[in-house]
Design a binder for this molecule. Structure first.
Ligand code: 2RA
Length: 329
């Protein structure tokens, strides 16, 4: 199994390599791929030194799988070139997610849709993945009518430059700015770019991707995505109105039995999910499970997960593991 990591020098690329090692992913050859300016850079992986190669060279090596985390434009241009040589691409960018011919996969929810013909597979946005991991079993049992979600997204989701800006602010150093205002002691209601309707692309990802993954366009979703000066994971306050009524203890039991979801919800000892605990883990943590007393059939939840792991790299690798396990690659 020849594997390429495209975007190997980026934040998600680094986590991809970490998780490939952690999960002892079965490959015979590993290609670390990045833009021309990084070609030749040396990266140590499993005590071996690997030289970064360019995209054209990687295509010529005809990898079996290419994990992409290199931005939408690179994916739009190069994923088809890898597909032409028989590579299965699993892409972390938003480039292919809403393409009707491409599958948008969270293995625990819809990996069963995958076939040998799927050669470009989209990995959902981090904030979508953690939300649908919790909502999928609830939708199946109680049918979701409407979702209102507010996210509190780690600065790591913006990228290295923003993390550096926060570090500089904390150290009292003037440096390059990823945002035109301070990140520290601030929250920024602006993740990705604004669309015509006044929502950001990040907020519309939560709307569109949730409907696609749960395969139900009737689900109404509205979102507010906010950037916060934390590391370790994205947090979300989610209000869900169902068609059917529910029992909170039944919900708690159902979630505790859901693979990849951990219920952290004991108010007697102030136990609830927080990014400092989710950091470095692959599970999606849910707590503050409580009925919305303002209207019938409605629930409030608090969901936290490491946005670089299950929100990106781990989910991507789990898709590949599924493909291998089902002989689809
Ligand atoms: C963010 N969801 O957190 C995106 C991932 N880059 O900004």
């Amino acid at each position: 199994m020849k594997v390429a990591v495209v975007g190997a020098t980026g934040m998600v690329g680094e986590v991809l390599l970490k998780i490939l090692e952690e999960r002892n992913f079965p490959f015979t050859e590993l290609m670390l791929v990045a833009s021309e300016r990084s070609v030749g850079k040396e990266i140590t992986f499993k005590n071996e030194t690997h030289k970064v190669i360019g995209l054209a060279e990687a295509v010529s090596k005809r990898p079996d799988i290419a994990f992409f985390s290199a931005g939408g434009n690179t994916s739009l241009e190069w994923a088809p070139k890898f597909e032409e040589v028989g590579t299965t691409v699993i892409d972390n960018s938003s480039a292919w997610r809403m393409d009707p011919s491409k599958k948008l996969i969270v293995p625990e929810i819809n990996a069963h849709q995958l076939t040998k013909d799927d050669k470009i597979i989209a990995n959902p946005n981090c904030s979508t993945t953690q939300m649908v991991m919790v909502l999928a079993p609830l939708h199946k049992k109680y049918k979701i009518k409407r979702i209102v979600v507010s996210t509190y997204q780690s600065i790591t989701g913006t990228g290295v430059k923003a993390v550096k800006q926060l570090e500089n602010e904390l150290a009292g150093i003037k440096g390059e700015m990823a945002y035109p205002y301070p990140i520290n002691k601030n929250v920024i209601p602006h993740c990705d770019v604004f669309e015509e309707n006044g929502y950001t692309k990040e907020e519309m990802k939560l709307v569109r991707e949730t409907q696609k993954i749960l395969n139900d366009r009737s689900i109404a979703v509205t979102a507010t995505a906010v950037r916060v000066p934390t590391q370790g994971g994205h947090s979300e306050a989610v209000n869900i109105e169902f068609e059917k009524d529910f029992d909170v203890s039944e919900i708690r039991k159902l979630l505790s039995q859901t693979s990849g979801v951990v219920v952290q919800d004991n108010l007697d000892v102030n136990t609830y999910p927080m990014p400092i605990y989710a950091n470095g883990k692959d599970d999606v943590f849910v707590g503050r499970i409580r009925r919305d007393e303002s209207q019938p059939n409605t629930l409030n939840l608090w969901i936290v997960s490491d946005n670089l792991r299950k929100g990106a790299a781990t989910n991507t690798i789990q898709i590949a593991e599924y493909l291998i396990d089902k002989n689809l690659i």
